[in-house]
Design a protein around this ligand. Structure first.
Ligand SMILES: Nc1nc2c(ncn2[C@@H]2O[C@H](COP(=O)(O)OP(=O)(O)OP(=O)(O)O)[C@@H](O)[C@H]2O)c(=O)[nH]1
Ligand SMILES: [Mg+2]
Length: 373
Protein backbone atom coordinates (compact mmCIF):
# COMPACT_ATOMS: atom_id res chain seq x y z
CA UNK A 1 0.00 0.00 0.00
CA UNK A 2 1.45 3.37 -0.85
CA UNK A 3 0.39 6.93 -0.23
CA UNK A 4 -1.93 7.90 -3.03
CA UNK A 5 -0.21 10.44 -5.27
CA UNK A 6 -1.41 13.98 -4.82
CA UNK A 7 -3.76 15.05 -7.57
CA UNK A 8 -4.29 18.52 -8.80
CA UNK A 9 -7.73 17.88 -10.29
CA UNK A 10 -10.37 20.14 -8.82
CA UNK A 11 -13.39 18.47 -7.22
CA UNK A 12 -15.77 19.85 -9.86
CA UNK A 13 -15.83 17.59 -12.92
CA UNK A 14 -16.35 18.77 -16.46
CA UNK A 15 -16.95 15.45 -18.18
CA UNK A 16 -18.09 11.94 -17.27
CA UNK A 17 -15.27 10.26 -15.34
CA UNK A 18 -14.03 6.71 -15.86
CA UNK A 19 -15.50 4.67 -13.00
CA UNK A 20 -13.14 1.87 -12.10
CA UNK A 21 -13.05 1.46 -8.33
CA UNK A 22 -15.02 0.16 -5.41
CA UNK A 23 -14.70 2.72 -2.68
CA UNK A 24 -15.37 2.62 1.04
CA UNK A 25 -16.64 5.79 2.66
CA UNK A 26 -16.83 6.28 6.36
CA UNK A 27 -16.30 8.77 9.11
CA UNK A 28 -13.78 8.60 11.95
CA UNK A 29 -13.89 5.25 13.77
CA UNK A 30 -16.57 3.89 11.46
CA UNK A 31 -14.49 0.71 11.23
CA UNK A 32 -12.88 1.23 7.78
CA UNK A 33 -9.42 -0.17 8.57
CA UNK A 34 -10.72 -3.26 10.36
CA UNK A 35 -13.32 -3.84 7.63
CA UNK A 36 -10.77 -3.49 4.80
CA UNK A 37 -8.12 -5.76 6.29
CA UNK A 38 -10.58 -8.47 7.33
CA UNK A 39 -12.30 -8.30 3.96
CA UNK A 40 -9.00 -8.61 2.11
CA UNK A 41 -7.81 -11.47 4.27
CA UNK A 42 -11.09 -13.35 3.84
CA UNK A 43 -11.14 -12.79 0.09
CA UNK A 44 -7.46 -13.68 -0.24
CA UNK A 45 -8.47 -17.09 1.07
CA UNK A 46 -11.18 -17.11 -1.58
CA UNK A 47 -14.04 -16.95 0.91
CA UNK A 48 -17.49 -17.59 -0.66
CA UNK A 49 -15.90 -17.85 -4.11
CA UNK A 50 -14.76 -14.24 -4.15
CA UNK A 51 -11.03 -13.80 -4.54
CA UNK A 52 -8.84 -10.74 -4.07
CA UNK A 53 -5.18 -10.20 -4.79
CA UNK A 54 -3.44 -6.90 -4.16
CA UNK A 55 -1.54 -5.63 -7.19
CA UNK A 56 0.86 -3.93 -4.81
CA UNK A 57 2.52 -6.38 -2.39
CA UNK A 58 2.61 -3.69 0.29
CA UNK A 59 -1.20 -3.66 0.62
CA UNK A 60 -1.21 -7.42 1.03
CA UNK A 61 1.40 -7.15 3.75
CA UNK A 62 -0.36 -4.31 5.61
CA UNK A 63 -3.70 -6.14 5.58
CA UNK A 64 -2.13 -9.37 6.78
CA UNK A 65 -0.18 -7.55 9.51
CA UNK A 66 -3.38 -5.83 10.60
CA UNK A 67 -5.22 -9.13 10.81
CA UNK A 68 -2.36 -10.57 12.88
CA UNK A 69 -2.62 -7.60 15.19
CA UNK A 70 -6.37 -8.16 15.56
CA UNK A 71 -5.69 -11.83 16.29
CA UNK A 72 -3.45 -10.68 19.11
CA UNK A 73 -6.33 -8.66 20.52
CA UNK A 74 -5.15 -5.21 19.40
CA UNK A 75 -7.26 -2.63 17.61
CA UNK A 76 -5.61 -0.61 14.86
CA UNK A 77 -4.47 2.93 15.56
CA UNK A 78 -6.40 5.71 13.83
CA UNK A 79 -5.29 5.84 10.20
CA UNK A 80 -2.83 8.68 9.69
CA UNK A 81 -2.54 9.07 5.89
CA UNK A 82 -4.48 8.13 2.79
CA UNK A 83 -3.42 4.81 1.31
CA UNK A 84 -4.57 3.13 -1.85
CA UNK A 85 -3.77 0.19 -4.05
CA UNK A 86 -5.15 -1.74 -6.98
CA UNK A 87 -6.69 -5.11 -6.12
CA UNK A 88 -7.56 -7.86 -8.60
CA UNK A 89 -11.02 -9.19 -7.79
CA UNK A 90 -12.52 -12.29 -9.33
CA UNK A 91 -15.95 -13.61 -8.69
CA UNK A 92 -18.18 -15.95 -10.72
CA UNK A 93 -15.84 -15.76 -13.71
CA UNK A 94 -15.86 -12.00 -13.56
CA UNK A 95 -12.41 -10.52 -13.26
CA UNK A 96 -11.69 -6.91 -12.49
CA UNK A 97 -9.20 -4.58 -10.89
CA UNK A 98 -10.42 -2.16 -8.30
CA UNK A 99 -8.84 0.50 -6.15
CA UNK A 100 -8.95 -0.01 -2.41
CA UNK A 101 -8.59 3.07 -0.32
CA UNK A 102 -8.12 3.69 3.38
CA UNK A 103 -7.86 7.19 4.81
CA UNK A 104 -8.34 9.06 8.10
CA UNK A 105 -12.00 9.66 8.95
CA UNK A 106 -11.28 13.40 9.28
CA UNK A 107 -10.70 13.52 5.55
CA UNK A 108 -14.25 12.29 4.99
CA UNK A 109 -15.56 15.05 7.22
CA UNK A 110 -13.50 17.73 5.50
CA UNK A 111 -14.58 16.51 2.07
CA UNK A 112 -18.30 16.10 2.65
CA UNK A 113 -19.18 18.24 5.66
CA UNK A 114 -16.74 21.10 5.32
CA UNK A 115 -16.75 21.24 1.52
CA UNK A 116 -13.20 20.05 0.76
CA UNK A 117 -10.58 22.45 -0.49
CA UNK A 118 -7.49 20.69 0.84
CA UNK A 119 -5.45 18.17 -1.08
CA UNK A 120 -6.52 15.05 0.83
CA UNK A 121 -10.24 15.75 0.81
CA UNK A 122 -10.20 16.82 -2.85
CA UNK A 123 -8.42 13.56 -3.54
CA UNK A 124 -11.18 11.64 -1.75
CA UNK A 125 -13.84 13.52 -3.73
CA UNK A 126 -11.95 12.59 -6.88
CA UNK A 127 -12.09 8.93 -5.83
CA UNK A 128 -15.83 9.26 -5.29
CA UNK A 129 -16.18 10.67 -8.80
CA UNK A 130 -14.34 7.64 -10.18
CA UNK A 131 -16.13 5.04 -8.08
CA UNK A 132 -17.90 2.23 -9.90
CA UNK A 133 -19.44 1.17 -6.59
CA UNK A 134 -19.46 2.59 -3.09
CA UNK A 135 -19.71 0.92 0.29
CA UNK A 136 -20.85 3.33 2.99
CA UNK A 137 -19.58 2.22 6.38
CA UNK A 138 -21.83 3.48 9.15
CA UNK A 139 -21.44 2.69 12.82
CA UNK A 140 -25.05 2.33 14.01
CA UNK A 141 -24.11 3.28 17.58
CA UNK A 142 -22.95 6.70 16.35
CA UNK A 143 -26.21 7.38 14.52
CA UNK A 144 -28.30 5.98 17.33
CA UNK A 145 -26.67 7.54 20.35
CA UNK A 146 -23.82 9.74 19.17
CA UNK A 147 -23.42 13.44 19.85
CA UNK A 148 -24.90 15.81 17.30
CA UNK A 149 -21.43 16.92 16.18
CA UNK A 150 -20.55 13.28 15.44
CA UNK A 151 -23.87 12.31 13.90
CA UNK A 152 -23.52 15.11 11.35
CA UNK A 153 -20.82 13.10 9.51
CA UNK A 154 -23.13 10.14 8.92
CA UNK A 155 -26.27 12.18 8.45
CA UNK A 156 -25.22 15.23 6.45
CA UNK A 157 -21.79 14.00 5.20
CA UNK A 158 -23.11 10.72 3.76
CA UNK A 159 -26.02 12.53 2.11
CA UNK A 160 -23.58 14.93 0.46
CA UNK A 161 -21.49 12.01 -0.76
CA UNK A 162 -24.38 10.04 -2.28
CA UNK A 163 -25.88 13.18 -3.75
CA UNK A 164 -22.58 13.85 -5.51
CA UNK A 165 -22.40 10.26 -6.76
CA UNK A 166 -25.91 10.46 -8.17
CA UNK A 167 -25.42 13.92 -9.67
CA UNK A 168 -22.10 13.09 -11.33
CA UNK A 169 -23.13 9.65 -12.58
CA UNK A 170 -26.51 11.05 -13.62
CA UNK A 171 -28.38 7.84 -12.77
CA UNK A 172 -28.68 4.94 -10.35
CA UNK A 173 -26.00 2.88 -12.07
CA UNK A 174 -23.38 3.24 -9.35
CA UNK A 175 -24.39 0.64 -6.77
CA UNK A 176 -24.33 1.84 -3.17
CA UNK A 177 -24.08 -0.69 -0.37
CA UNK A 178 -24.69 0.57 3.16
CA UNK A 179 -22.74 -1.56 5.62
CA UNK A 180 -23.76 -1.08 9.24
CA UNK A 181 -20.53 -1.97 11.03
CA UNK A 182 -19.84 -3.56 14.43
CA UNK A 183 -23.13 -5.44 14.38
CA UNK A 184 -21.58 -8.06 16.63
CA UNK A 185 -22.03 -5.44 19.32
CA UNK A 186 -24.87 -3.29 18.01
CA UNK A 187 -27.14 -5.85 16.39
CA UNK A 188 -29.77 -5.09 19.02
CA UNK A 189 -30.41 -1.48 17.96
CA UNK A 190 -30.46 -2.53 14.32
CA UNK A 191 -32.96 -5.28 14.94
CA UNK A 192 -35.08 -2.95 17.03
CA UNK A 193 -35.44 -0.69 14.03
CA UNK A 194 -36.56 -3.61 11.87
CA UNK A 195 -33.21 -4.69 10.42
CA UNK A 196 -30.55 -2.89 8.39
CA UNK A 197 -32.96 -1.20 5.95
CA UNK A 198 -35.37 -0.26 8.68
CA UNK A 199 -32.53 1.21 10.70
CA UNK A 200 -31.28 3.39 7.84
CA UNK A 201 -34.82 4.50 6.93
CA UNK A 202 -35.51 5.40 10.53
CA UNK A 203 -32.27 7.16 11.47
CA UNK A 204 -30.95 8.36 8.12
CA UNK A 205 -34.06 9.09 6.02
CA UNK A 206 -32.25 11.65 3.85
CA UNK A 207 -29.69 9.08 2.88
CA UNK A 208 -32.47 6.96 1.40
CA UNK A 209 -34.04 10.01 -0.27
CA UNK A 210 -30.83 11.13 -2.00
CA UNK A 211 -29.18 7.73 -2.43
CA UNK A 212 -32.03 6.14 -4.39
CA UNK A 213 -31.40 2.47 -5.03
CA UNK A 214 -29.25 1.11 -2.19
CA UNK A 215 -28.80 -2.15 -0.38
CA UNK A 216 -28.28 -2.30 3.40
CA UNK A 217 -26.15 -4.89 5.22
CA UNK A 218 -25.59 -5.61 8.89
CA UNK A 219 -21.89 -6.51 9.15
CA UNK A 220 -19.26 -7.44 11.72
CA UNK A 221 -15.59 -7.52 10.74
CA UNK A 222 -14.65 -9.10 14.06
CA UNK A 223 -16.32 -10.04 17.26
CA UNK A 224 -15.13 -8.97 20.65
CA UNK A 225 -14.18 -10.49 23.92
CA UNK A 226 -13.28 -8.79 27.14
CA UNK A 227 -9.68 -8.49 28.22
CA UNK A 228 -8.39 -8.83 31.78
CA UNK A 229 -9.66 -5.40 32.78
CA UNK A 230 -13.00 -5.82 31.07
CA UNK A 231 -12.38 -3.86 27.85
CA UNK A 232 -13.68 -5.27 24.57
CA UNK A 233 -10.83 -6.48 22.36
CA UNK A 234 -11.07 -8.07 18.92
CA UNK A 235 -11.84 -11.74 18.66
CA UNK A 236 -11.04 -13.18 15.24
CA UNK A 237 -12.13 -16.74 15.95
CA UNK A 238 -15.23 -16.28 13.85
CA UNK A 239 -15.47 -15.45 10.19
CA UNK A 240 -16.41 -11.86 9.42
CA UNK A 241 -20.12 -11.40 8.74
CA UNK A 242 -21.61 -9.54 5.78
CA UNK A 243 -18.36 -8.08 4.36
CA UNK A 244 -18.23 -10.28 1.29
CA UNK A 245 -21.99 -9.85 0.77
CA UNK A 246 -21.54 -6.09 0.43
CA UNK A 247 -18.71 -6.55 -2.08
CA UNK A 248 -20.64 -9.19 -4.05
CA UNK A 249 -23.60 -6.82 -4.32
CA UNK A 250 -21.24 -4.22 -5.77
CA UNK A 251 -19.58 -6.73 -8.11
CA UNK A 252 -22.96 -7.82 -9.46
CA UNK A 253 -23.66 -4.29 -10.65
CA UNK A 254 -20.20 -3.09 -11.30
CA UNK A 255 -19.10 -5.57 -13.98
CA UNK A 256 -20.65 -3.72 -16.93
CA UNK A 257 -19.36 -0.37 -15.71
CA UNK A 258 -15.82 -1.58 -15.30
CA UNK A 259 -16.00 -3.23 -18.73
CA UNK A 260 -17.20 0.05 -20.21
CA UNK A 261 -14.46 1.90 -18.34
CA UNK A 262 -11.92 -0.55 -19.72
CA UNK A 263 -13.22 0.00 -23.25
CA UNK A 264 -13.04 3.76 -22.73
CA UNK A 265 -9.50 3.41 -21.43
CA UNK A 266 -8.48 1.38 -24.49
CA UNK A 267 -10.20 3.89 -26.78
CA UNK A 268 -8.54 6.81 -25.01
CA UNK A 269 -5.15 5.11 -25.33
CA UNK A 270 -5.83 4.52 -29.05
CA UNK A 271 -6.84 8.16 -29.57
CA UNK A 272 -3.81 9.33 -27.65
CA UNK A 273 -1.58 7.17 -29.87
CA UNK A 274 -3.32 8.49 -32.97
CA UNK A 275 -2.88 12.11 -31.80
CA UNK A 276 0.74 11.41 -31.05
CA UNK A 277 1.28 9.92 -34.52
CA UNK A 278 -0.46 12.93 -36.09
CA UNK A 279 1.65 15.28 -34.04
CA UNK A 280 4.81 13.50 -35.16
CA UNK A 281 3.61 13.63 -38.79
CA UNK A 282 3.02 17.34 -38.45
CA UNK A 283 6.45 17.77 -36.93
CA UNK A 284 8.10 15.84 -39.76
CA UNK A 285 6.13 17.81 -42.38
CA UNK A 286 7.06 21.07 -40.71
CA UNK A 287 10.71 20.10 -40.54
CA UNK A 288 10.76 19.14 -44.21
CA UNK A 289 8.95 22.38 -45.06
CA UNK A 290 11.57 24.29 -43.11
CA UNK A 291 14.31 22.37 -44.89
CA UNK A 292 12.78 23.23 -48.27
CA UNK A 293 12.39 26.88 -47.28
CA UNK A 294 16.04 26.87 -46.18
CA UNK A 295 17.02 25.24 -49.44
CA UNK A 296 15.16 27.77 -51.57
CA UNK A 297 16.49 30.69 -49.56
CA UNK A 298 20.00 29.26 -49.99
CA UNK A 299 19.40 28.77 -53.69
CA UNK A 300 18.10 32.32 -54.05
CA UNK A 301 21.08 33.72 -52.17
CA UNK A 302 23.45 31.63 -54.28
CA UNK A 303 21.69 32.81 -57.44
CA UNK A 304 22.02 36.41 -56.34
CA UNK A 305 25.68 35.88 -55.56
CA UNK A 306 26.24 34.34 -58.98
CA UNK A 307 24.41 37.17 -60.72
CA UNK A 308 26.42 39.68 -58.68
CA UNK A 309 29.64 37.91 -59.55
CA UNK A 310 28.87 37.79 -63.23
CA UNK A 311 28.03 41.51 -63.15
CA UNK A 312 31.32 42.19 -61.41
CA UNK A 313 33.21 40.02 -63.84
CA UNK A 314 31.73 41.77 -66.87
CA UNK A 315 32.32 45.19 -65.30
CA UNK A 316 35.90 44.16 -64.59
CA UNK A 317 36.33 43.07 -68.17
CA UNK A 318 35.03 46.44 -69.36
CA UNK A 319 37.50 48.30 -67.15
CA UNK A 320 40.33 46.00 -68.13
CA UNK A 321 39.85 46.99 -71.78
CA UNK A 322 41.31 50.45 -71.09
CA UNK A 323 44.09 49.31 -68.88
CA UNK A 324 47.71 49.14 -70.29
CA UNK A 325 48.11 45.58 -69.59
CA UNK A 326 45.41 44.71 -71.97
CA UNK A 327 46.55 44.28 -75.60
CA UNK A 328 45.71 47.41 -77.54
CA UNK A 329 42.74 47.10 -79.71
CA UNK A 330 43.04 48.31 -83.30
CA UNK A 331 42.32 52.04 -83.43
CA UNK A 332 40.90 53.77 -86.35
CA UNK A 333 43.38 56.52 -87.52
CA UNK A 334 41.94 59.86 -86.81
CA UNK A 335 42.78 62.64 -89.27
CA UNK A 336 42.49 65.93 -87.65
CA UNK A 337 40.85 68.52 -89.78
CA UNK A 338 42.94 71.67 -89.37
CA UNK A 339 40.68 73.78 -91.45
CA UNK A 340 38.75 76.04 -89.26
CA UNK A 341 35.16 75.77 -89.75
CA UNK A 342 33.70 78.25 -92.16
CA UNK A 343 30.82 80.14 -91.03
CA UNK A 344 28.14 79.63 -93.43
CA UNK A 345 27.27 83.03 -94.63
CA UNK A 346 25.48 83.93 -97.79
CA UNK A 347 28.10 84.75 -100.38
CA UNK A 348 27.19 87.89 -102.10
CA UNK A 349 29.28 89.78 -104.48
CA UNK A 350 30.97 92.66 -102.80
CA UNK A 351 29.31 95.86 -103.56
CA UNK A 352 31.67 98.13 -105.40
CA UNK A 353 31.37 101.83 -104.95
CA UNK A 354 30.15 103.54 -108.03
CA UNK A 355 32.98 105.69 -109.19
CA UNK A 356 33.42 107.27 -112.46
CA UNK A 357 35.87 105.59 -114.74
CA UNK A 358 39.30 107.02 -114.72
CA UNK A 359 40.15 109.32 -117.60
CA UNK A 360 42.62 107.84 -119.90
CA UNK A 361 42.44 104.42 -118.44
CA UNK A 362 41.49 101.73 -120.65
CA UNK A 363 39.12 99.43 -119.28
CA UNK A 364 39.34 96.00 -120.75
CA UNK A 365 36.19 94.91 -122.10
CA UNK A 366 35.12 91.46 -121.66
CA UNK A 367 32.78 89.96 -123.98
CA UNK A 368 29.50 89.28 -122.44
CA UNK A 369 27.56 86.33 -123.28
CA UNK A 370 25.97 86.60 -126.61
CA UNK A 371 28.22 89.34 -127.55
CA UNK A 372 30.46 88.49 -130.46
CA UNK A 373 34.07 89.03 -129.59
N1 LIG B 1 -17.25 -4.66 18.01
C1 LIG B 1 -16.61 -4.26 16.94
N2 LIG B 1 -15.86 -3.16 17.02
C2 LIG B 1 -15.20 -2.75 15.92
C3 LIG B 1 -15.25 -3.45 14.71
N3 LIG B 1 -14.53 -2.80 13.82
C4 LIG B 1 -14.00 -1.74 14.43
N4 LIG B 1 -14.42 -1.70 15.71
C5 LIG B 1 -14.11 -0.64 16.70
O1 LIG B 1 -14.05 0.60 16.02
C6 LIG B 1 -12.79 1.21 16.24
C7 LIG B 1 -12.33 1.92 15.01
O2 LIG B 1 -12.10 1.01 13.98
P1 LIG B 1 -11.18 1.41 12.73
O3 LIG B 1 -11.25 0.31 11.76
O4 LIG B 1 -9.86 1.82 13.20
O5 LIG B 1 -11.99 2.66 12.23
P2 LIG B 1 -11.57 3.65 11.07
O6 LIG B 1 -12.81 4.00 10.36
O7 LIG B 1 -10.47 3.08 10.29
O8 LIG B 1 -11.07 4.91 11.91
P3 LIG B 1 -10.09 6.08 11.42
O9 LIG B 1 -8.85 5.43 10.86
O10 LIG B 1 -9.85 6.88 12.64
O11 LIG B 1 -10.83 6.84 10.39
C8 LIG B 1 -11.87 0.06 16.63
O12 LIG B 1 -10.82 0.51 17.43
C9 LIG B 1 -12.80 -0.82 17.40
O13 LIG B 1 -12.95 -0.35 18.71
C10 LIG B 1 -16.06 -4.61 14.65
O14 LIG B 1 -16.20 -5.29 13.66
N5 LIG B 1 -16.71 -4.96 15.82
MG1 LIG C 1 -8.58 3.64 9.87
Amino acid sequence: MHPYPAKSEPPELKEAPVRDRILMLGRRKAGKTVFLSRLYEQAWRGGQGLHMRAVDGALHEICMDMVDQLKEGLWPAATAGSLSSGVDVSWQGQHTTMVMLDYPGEVFRRAFVEGGGDEQSDNLIDHVDHAAAVILLIDPSNVHGGEASEVVDDDYGMVQAVDRIRRVSGDDKVPIAVALTKCDEHLGIVQDAGGARGFVEKYLPNLVRYGGRMRMFATAAVRTRLDAVGRPIPNTQYEPAGLLDAVKYCMKHVGRQIEAAEQRRVETARLRQQHEAERLDRQVAQRSRQRWIGFWIGAAVLGLILVGLSVLVSAGAFKGASSPSEPPSPVEPVIADETPPVAEEPIEPPVMPESPPLHGATIPRYPSAGTPP
